[in-house]
Design a protein around this ligand. Sequence first.
Ligand SMILES: Cc1cc2nc3c(=O)[nH]c(=O)nc-3n(C[C@H](O)[C@H](O)[C@H](O)COP(=O)(O)OP(=O)(O)OC[C@H]3O[C@@H](n4cnc5c(N)ncnc54)[C@H](O)[C@@H]3O)c2cc1C
Length: 279
Amino acid sequence: DRLLTEFGEADDKTFYGAQFDLGLARIDFPPGHGGLGGEPKLQEIVDTALEPIGRRGNWMRNAIGIGMCGPTIAARGTEEQKSRFLRPIFTAEEVWCQLFSEPGQGWSVANATLMNERVSIGGNVAPRGSGAIGRAVEVWKARADHEPVLRERLAGLWIEAEVLRLGNMRAQSLRQAGVPGPQGSLLKLGDAELGQRIVNFIVDLLGAHGMLSPGYEVGRDRDIERNDPIIAFLSSQATTIAGGTSQIMRNIIGERVLGLPREPGLDPNTPWSQIPRNT
Ligand SMILES: Cc1cc2nc3c(=O)[nH]c(=O)nc-3n(C[C@H](O)[C@H](O)[C@H](O)COP(=O)(O)OP(=O)(O)OC[C@H]3O[C@@H](n4cnc5c(N)ncnc54)[C@H](O)[C@@H]3O)c2cc1C
């Protein structure tokens, strides 16, 4: 309540700074570093309260910083690193990118970052019927004819989107504080593959209009990217590659969630420098 009443009208930097200082940036982060050391599922209460003022889930302003590097620092960083980096990451005063190297603990840091990346790509709990499936319903309603075959496809996709959304809510409430586990790969895989099928369906619904793109320049604008179905269709092709391909997600799920035997290959403890590569 204090955040909303005292800072609701403030500019982004002040508002998100206050959210961080009150421990409401990521409830599961340690006190003094943007959190309250609480259970991750409590974050949903904060995010829901911020929704009416359009400040739910600010992570797109600094996706790699907030979604991946910040949580990695919170889990593996020193106190000094947490104090120095976490607040400006959350307020997006410092925007991060990611690159990996191997000074000693390289693999564990890379692993923590990638687990966070998959949860941040796939694990967002959006309101029911929003996002790509919401757009599909709008395009469907705008159509003159309502063919039963297309209606059945829409209903099927809507049900799958809702199952995935409920799965994300469940995963969020089960998640313990710290680094997310390999289960995040399930969310990432489901989100990427279902997302592609939904935007493919939207383009089918648009018929010949589905061949008209608003232009590449507007694709650099995040709002248009989210709202324009053709741009969303084009950019969705990257979602089954970035953050780990769908094949790799299936390998992780098979080996680390279901406990199936590993694919034949190198000992996973082999340092990067000793991995054979083409020259
Ligand atoms: C839009 C976008 C943004 C990105 N952003 C970043 C970023 O910010 N930082 C960053 O570090 N990287 C980034 N990437 C790179 C991304 O992480 C890699 O492209 C991705 O992990 C796949 O690796 P690769 O391209 O080397 O493909 P490869 O590993 O060469 O894979 C090629 C094909 O072989 C399959 N394959 C490979 N190994 C196996 C296996 N063991 N079992 C089964 N199939 C296999 C793959 O699924 C794929 O189909 C980005 C990529 C995209 C498309």
